[in-house]
Design a protein around this ligand. Structure first.
Ligand SMILES: Nc1nc2c(ncn2[C@@H]2O[C@H](COP(=O)(O)OP(=O)(O)OP(=O)(O)O)[C@@H](O)[C@H]2O)c(=O)[nH]1
Length: 206
């Protein structure tokens, strides 16, 4: 039985086709399938439980296409957490991580930033990592950000990401009591231990 209820606004940002919509689909429906280019923004909501607190996550998926960049500012306004995505196999997508991290730090200083490398399954199948870990860690340190690597195809680390966001928010607002310990099992400081299969949700269609 949960006692407290809190709302948490999460926004997904990042270069086009990095897999933002697929992360939301995996979290909402435990599926991986065809997506369309996001136009403007799309809203979903999900309930998480942290100790005796019910957290209602309002998730805003945004368009990665350059021409929607200005619109995206209205989606991150007053957000508590930002999932800033890049494709682990595509160096071009990394430039938007520093762009958004800088912009969020300037305009929403209280926002918690999660740098998320997507398409982890491709790395596991032998594709080259486009950005060395050390560079990702340096950037995360600069923006006091958390690091995750996810695969929406296999589901790896996706629900862990959202659960961690909810738990960290509860800790920050002192609303979470009796927090479960799982966060600590998978973390190195701010980061998920990316070489450890901390969570594997199987399912999905393709
Ligand atoms: N292998 C693999 N492909 C993925 C993964 N996530 C997404 N994709 C593929 O990447 C492409 C883009 O995914 P989307 O989720 O639509 O990307 P997006 O970032 O929302 O794109 P925009 O709406 O244009 O900003 C699709 O072809 C997906 O199938 C993943 O975890 N693994």
């Amino acid at each position: 039985m949960t006692k407290n209820k809190i709302d948490l606004k999460v926004v997904l940002l990042g270069y086009a086709s990095v897999g933002k919509t697929c992360i939301v689909y995996r979290e909402m429906y435990n599926q991986f399938g065809d997506t369309h280019t996001t136009i403007g923004g799309a809203f979903s909501s999900k309930r998480a439980v942290v100790g005796d607190t019910e957290v209602l996550l309002g998730i805003w998926d945004t368009a990665g296409t350059e021409r929607y960049q200005a619109v995206n500012r209205s989606y991150y306004r007053r957000a508590n957490a930002a999932i800033v995505c890049y494709d682990l196999t595509n160096s071009e997508t990394w430039e938007k991580v520093t762009f958004w991290a800088e912009e969020l730090t300037q305009n929403e200083p209280d926002i918690e930033i999660y740098i998320v490398g997507t398409k982890l399954d491709l790395i596991q199948h032998g594709e080259q990592r486009a950005i060395p870990n050390i560079r990702v860690e340096e950037t995360a340190k600069r923006y006091n950000a958390h690091i995750f690597e996810t695969s929406s195809r296999t589901g790896e680390n996706v629900s862990l990401l959202f659960q961690t966001i909810a738990e960290n928010f509860c800790k920050k607002t002192n609303n979470g009591t009796n927090l479960p310990n799982h966060n600590n099992n998978n973390s190195i400081g701010n980061s998920v231990k990316v070489d450890q299969k901390s969570e594997k949700e199987k399912g999905g269609c393709c």
